[in-house]
Design a protein around this ligand. Structure first.
Ligand SMILES: [Fe+2]
Ligand SMILES: [Fe+2]
Length: 256
């Protein structure tokens, strides 16, 4: 068992496929979302399950590894409590996600109704792309990459997964710009919808896994220091959140 705890999760799942669905029972999505080099023991500690859940999960995993069978028993009383309380700087990032999620929620309707032959249609897409580049990327992702991740060993898988998502998102934005320039509605829709899926999953990983983990890892002094750095970065970015709030409010009224 000790050997498996120190093994990368993908390798463990490859040898014991049942473990992927056991992890899913505890809202741990290692199969689809992780690069796979994270150790089994780290996966358990990163997710910080309530103690009874953690005990049950480990019993089920060792049951599969040692006895070849999963007890499959999920004690409903042990169900994970989803309400998370964040430190000040993490709450700030979660709040920024809320505005980004409002734009993501509008994307399917934008894709359905958009007419790239009209100035107003192009204007909506230009505003949406500006929100992604300026607010989601320059304002929000930059704080994560230039400040937040720097408090950790950036080769850690949990950080690497987030970097990879940011890189994929930037490539999709480049595709959107090209599609808009060539008035290729199909290509634009495809990239907008792929971006929406990617960012929804990315935000969920950060809200539910990364930020709570960071709050457990950093002491109060570091969090206060980070908060000050966030305020400074917001000022330096020159980006006014209000502009994007207004834009989303208007768009929600236009395509309810
Ligand atoms: Fe991120
Ligand atoms: Fe984020």
């Amino acid at each position: 068992m000790e050997n498996y705890l120190n093994m990368g999760i993908k390798a463990v799942i490859e040898e014991f496929p049942e473990i992927e669905s056991i992890l899913t029972d505890y809202d741990i999505g290692c199969g689809p979302c992780m690069v796979g080099t994270c150790l089994l023991k780290d996966i358990v500690s990163i997710h910080s399950l309530p103690k009874p859940d953690e005990k049950e999960l480990m019993e089920r995993i060792s049951g599969v590894i040692i006895n070849g069978s999963d007890s499959g028993k999920v004690n409903p009383e042990n169900k994970t409590n989803k309400s998370i309380s964040y430190s000040g700087p993490m709450q700030k990032l979660v709040d920024e996600h809320t505005l980004i999620k409002r734009w993501l929620a509008l994307i399917p309707r934008v894709v359905e109704y958009i007419d790239l032959k009209t100035q107003s249609g192009k204007h909506i897409i230009n505003d949406g792309i500006d929100m992604i580049r300026s607010y989601a990327d320059k304002f929000h992702h930059a704080k994560e990459e230039d400040i937040l991740f720097k408090y950790f060993d950036e080769s850690k898988e949990i950080i690497q997964v987030m970097y990879k998502d940011h890189t994929k998102a930037r490539a999709l934005v480049q595709n959107m710009i090209k599609a808009l320039e060539s008035e290729n509605k199909e290509q634009l829709s495809e990239n907008l919808l792929t971006y929406m899926d990617l960012l929804k999953q990315h935000i969920q990983k950060e809200d539910e896994i990364l930020y709570p983990w960071i709050d457990r890892e950093l002491n109060e002094t570091k969090l206060v220091e980070m908060d000050a750095k966030f305020i400074e970065a917001d000022k330096e970015s020159g980006i006014a959140e209000k502009k994007y709030e207004d834009m989303i409010n208007d768009l929600e009224k236009l395509i309810p």
